[in-house]
Design a protein around this ligand. Structure first.
Ligand SMILES: [Zn+2]
Length: 68
């Protein structure tokens, strides 16, 4: 079963979860019990969905942002 990365907006932390592809986009419970964690999206999807703000931050971490 593949491992997906999720982000809890309450904890402001990412965590990994092993689940089936059928469930990969369903909200997940974070290790602290918050049930509203969302799957982190790959950068090409993030371009069209950034309303929550954290995806923009993730892009910076991914190395595609300004180097200097
Ligand atoms: Zn949480």
């Amino acid at each position: 079963m593949p491992v997906y990365e999720y982000y809890c907006s309450t904890c402001k932390e990412k965590f990994e979860l092993r689940r089936s592809m059928a469930d990969m986009d369903a909200p997940a419970a974070c290790p602290h019990g918050h049930a509203d964690a969302q799957r982190t999206l790959s950068r090409f999807i993030a371009l069209s969905k950034n309303e929550s703000g954290y995806l923009t931050h993730e892009l910076g971490v991914g190395g595609s942002g300004p180097v200097q």
